[in-house]
Write a protein that binds this ligand. Structure first.
Ligand code: BG6
Ligand code: BG6
Ligand code: GLC
Ligand code: GLC
Length: 886
């Protein structure tokens, strides 16, 4: 049993190799060290707060506790108050039916609440220290892989222990307890010690069983996605050697212990090291020596033959510095032996050999972990704290000292501090629970205001419908403007010619050349160039803006070599314009545009004047087209059923084919239908959406350049969703619930969350760690938990947006259906916009909402592939021909 340092180094090296094997996805199944991810990503950071219940199952004592963590006013340190109660755990329960074991646990929990007069009405968060190997995919979930130590309760292997406890608690009834975190005792110990010592990144148990956990780099943990930051890994090192890796160090006594255990072949290292077995090892050695006549004159007693008669507590007593020999004599007498002084010395020596081997093996394992951490961090020397718990470590007189000494000898490049976990692992479990609770509480608090019930959505549909109807009335001042577009029909394939098109108002400004062919070989070909519009021009003077546009056209005409041709021009102008026939477009700005001296003017005049000022080329401005209308026309070219255009992009808007008889402001007798640009983004300007508008939306509105306007758009479009998210994050941070309560400059920067980031953050294929790196890119330093919250906030905000658009769309399709007196309407919606196209869930949620709210309409969604420039050219073609025909 004696192991010298070279042997320990050899074991340590084997240990390291096995850790690697356990971390890799390919070899994990075959590895003895299971290296279980614990989903604990940070040691205590000082933000933990609150009152928690804890259940501690699996050590030598079964305990129920209450832990109160407080930050006292005016003091940096927090205080922790604990009260606990140890409950007996009858042996039969350990090896009986699992259900009964957990029923007992929850009965004790209930008794604890009653005894300590803790309210049964209040909801209590609970952290569950469960000292067995569990496979965890989250803090609040853990499948029991196998029992160890002296447990073998039936029917629980492979089951989720959190759920099992929850079910038992609900069977017991009469209390409101929410199991939020499942924590291995090693992890609890690391967190307990980490509360006082920030460097504590290893948790070690040498008690009934033995095990260790440590903070591993996430990029090395194959079983968890992500590559930045760290996560605590539960090594389950007790199983080391189960594949024979320690066979050359095993003795006949170890083999006997294993054969007589309830889990033969399992937990090889644990059986050489931990408290459940040390006493028994001593007994087996003493028995053999006696049988060989080396002790007690060869006289073996029944007691000495009986399993369990020498315990680890006996071993500790026999090794006491002063009273050791006396204790040894008393213990041996108790076994009906008749020891001579030499016998006592010999037996004491056996104890020392057995317990020394234990601490040596632990030292070898710990050396492997510390070396790995040092190498992970590419450090020459590592300064680290190891939190330790367990009866062997705590009560054996020389164990700790020997362990420390050997570890320091094996890894001289690590400066290790050992800290005894005074208050057990439940304090640490409470820290973990505090983090879990914060996550849940944040979820509930701020996100509930974004949740809309089916009834609320129905009512939004009704309000949109009312808005549409009101807007159709002449002289109406409805916030939904219902602007006539003077587009009376969708394309029929007879359009042809070469057109210039402009596209202003979305993410990009584009100039296009569109060639349309009619007849059998009908086709549309596009040549286009993107031109960014700098913010100072968007919000400068009208003259500057239009001069810039003309400059871009000039550049484009050079690019396509058509400066001389006086091309007909269609202008996609994605803002509300009041039409007087095709020209005379008095408009107002929305979204991010605010160029001065424009609103109320005629767009066409402004463009013409700018062209004149430049005096380089000429065009024939034929049509001004809203992007919704352009999109509808572009899609209708492919699908004649397309009679609606939807934009869910920087802004939000819809157009559709309305019956002329319904349009009081038309003045055009014979035509049947006209496309109406609803400008639905204005809904709510009269306060009709106030009941669903949150404080965050109001903040976004206040800070926008068009305060009080476009309220529906501000709930639904790309320009604003990121801002709503930012407002929620700001609030959570100010309340100390996020980013450690630090409101950074980045977070105070309007516009940092562009739609594309929201879309990326919400992508299901993205690991949390990638979310973190996006946040990092935005200047937001986050923990794993922070990124969960951010993702949820994004989800809540974008889901509401999609539902509201769906409710609006349901109003539009039902109106068309009723217009036409149909029981069932089949219709296609042409769609464009970055939000719709890039966001992973927006389109699905929108479509589901329409199905739910307008069940009599069968709606097909057709993505506009080439932007509304193509549609603008088609409209120009139609308009030109109609002009000629008129
Ligand atoms: C305690 C923990 O402090 O240490 C237990 O709270 C853990 O959960 C124990 O199992 C380990 O020691 P022992 O000796 O009780 O098994
Ligand atoms: C484009 C249109 O395809 O979609 C633009 O051509 C329109 O005019 C845009 O505004 C909407 O999308 P976004 O996301 O760029 O605003
Ligand atoms: C056993 C368990 C392990 C626990 C250890 C100490 O080895 O499998 O999960 O940490 O005992 O209690
Ligand atoms: C804004 C504009 C509207 C446009 C929409 C989508 O709501 O007012 O005209 O259609 O954005 O770009």
């Amino acid at each position: 049993m004696r192991l010298h340092d070279d042997q320990l180094r050899d074991i340590s090296a084997r240990f390291q190799a096995e850790m690697k094997k356990g971390l890799s996805a390919e070899s994990n199944a075959a590895a003895t060290l299971k290296m279980l991810p614990t989903h604990v990503c940070s040691t205590p950071d000082g933000s933990e707060n609150g009152e928690f219940l804890a259940v501690d199952l699996g050590g030598s004592k079964f305990k129920v506790l209450q832990v109160k963590v407080r930050k006292e006013a005016g003091r940096v340190r927090r205080s922790v108050e604990m009260q606990e109660q140890t409950y007996p755990l009858p042996k039969e329960l350990l090896i009986g039916r699992g259900v009964e074991l957990f029923d007992h646990v929850s009965e004790c929990l209930k008794d604890f609440l009653l005894q300590k007069k803790i309210s049964l009405e209040k909801k209590h968060p609970l952290g569950f220290t469960f000292s067995f190997p569990c496979q965890q995919t989250a803090l609040n979930q853990g499948l029991l892989l196998n029992w160890s130590k002296n447990y073998w309760a039936r029917g629980l292997q492979g089951k989720d222990m959190v759920n099992t406890l929850r079910q038992a608690i609900s069977r017991a009834g009469g209390m409101d307890v929410d199991v939020l975190a499942l924590v291995n005792d090693t992890v609890g110990t690391m967190m307990t010690c980490g509360f006082d010592d920030q460097h504590c990144e290893v948790g070690l148990i040498i008690g009934t069983g033995t095990n260790a956990c440590y903070m591993e780099e996430l990029r090395h943990i194959d079983l968890v996605e992500g590559d930045e930051g760290r996560m605590c890994v539960n090594t389950e090192w007790g199983a080391f050697g189960d594949d024979g890796a320690l066979d050359d160090y095993l003795t006949e006594f170890d083999r006997d212990i294993d054969a007589a255990s309830i889990n033969p072949g399992k937990q090889c290292l644990e059986k050489m090291v931990s408290g459940l077995y040390l006493g028994e090892l001593v007994r087996l050695v003493v028995l053999k020596m006696t049988k060989l006549g080396l002790l007690f004159d060869g006289r073996v007693t029944d007691a000495l033959r009986t399993k369990g008669k020498i315990t680890t507590a006996h071993v500790a007593a026999m090794e006491q510095y002063k009273d050791g020999l006396k204790n040894t004599r008393d213990i041996l007498l108790d076994l009906s032996l008749n020891p001579s002084p030499d016998d006592c010395i010999a037996v004491q020596h056996v104890c020392t050999v057995v317990s020394f081997r234990s601490s040596n093996l632990v030292a070898a394992g710990l050396a492997a972990i510390l070396t790995r951490i040092r190498q992970n961090r590419k450090l020459k020397t590592l300064r680290i704290t190891v939190g330790v718990d367990g009866t062997v470590y705590k009560t054996h007189p020389q164990y700790a000292k020997r362990l420390h000494k050997v570890v320091r000898r094996l890894v001289p490049d690590c400066h290790v501090r050992f800290v005894l976990s005074e208050s057990g692992s439940s304090k640490g479990a409470a820290m973990v629970t505090a983090v879990a609770q914060r996550v849940t509480a944040r979820r509930h608090q701020s996100l509930s205001s974004f949740r809309l019930s089916r009834d609320q959505l129905r009512s939004v549909k009704a309000r949109m419908r009312a808005g549409l109807e009101a807007g159709l009335k002449s002289n109406s001042h409805s916030p939904v403007k219902m602007l006539p577009s003077y587009v009376f029909r969708t394309p029929d394939g007879t359009e042809c010619g070469k057109y210039l098109a402009l596209d202003l108002g979305g993410t990009n400004f584009r100039v296009l050349l569109v060639k349309i062919r009619s007849g059998l070989r009908r086709s549309v070909r596009l040549y286009n160039k993107l031109y960014p519009i700098p913010l100072e021009i968007m919000q400068g003077t009208g003259e500057e803006l239009f001069d810039h546009i003309v400059h871009c056209i000039s550049d484009f005409l050079d690019y396509v070599g058509m400066k001389k041709a006086r091309l007909p021009l269609g202008f996609t102008f994605s803002f509300p314009c009041l039409w007087k026939m095709f020209l005379k477009k008095r408009f107002s700005w929305t979204k991010g545009f605010k160029a001065t001296d424009c609103e109320g003017n005629d767009v066409v005049d402004m463009l013409r004047e700018a062209i004149k000022r430049r005096n380089e080329f000429d065009v024939d401005i034929v049509a001004i087209v809203n992007d919704t209308v352009g999109t509808m026309m572009s899609c209708a070219y492919e699908d004649p059923q397309c009679e609606i255009g939807l934009i869910a992009g920087t802004g939000s808007n819809v157009c559709y084919m309305e019956e002329l008889r319904n349009i009081e402001k038309n003045g055009l007798g014979e035509m049947q239908r006209m496309c109406i640009n609803t400008e639905w983004g204005g809904l709510g300007e009269d306060g009709c959406l106030d009941d669903i508008i949150t404080e965050y939306d109001n903040a976004v509105d206040r800070e926008s350049i068009n305060h009080g306007r476009q309220r529906f758009e501000k709930l639904t479009s790309g320009l604003y969703l990121g801002e709503v998210v930012r407002q929620v994050l700001l609030d959570l941070t100010r309340r100390g619930l996020l980013f450690k309560g630090r409101v950074t400059e980045a977070l105070k920067t309007p516009g940092i969350f562009e739609t594309k980031y929201l879309s990326q953050i919400e992508s299901d294929r993205l690991a949390l760690l990638q979310v973190r790196s996006i946040l990092q890119h935005l200047g937001l330093d986050s923990t794993c938990d922070d990124s969960i919250i951010v993702k949820e906030v994004c989800g809540a905000v974008s889901r509401r947006a999609a539902q509201l658009c769906g409710a609006g769309m349901a109003a539009v399709v039902d109106k068309i259906r009723e217009n036409r007196g149909l029981d069932q309407l089949n219709i296609t919606v042409g769609v464009d916009g970055t939000l719709y196209k890039l966001h992973p869930h927006f389109s699905t949620v929108l479509q589901e909402t329409v199905v739910a709210l307008a069940p009599q309409c069968y709606v097909t969604y057709l993505l506009s592939e080439e932007g509304s420039g193509r549609g603008a050219a088609l409209i120009t073609a139609v308009a030109r021909r109609d002009q000629v025909e008129m």
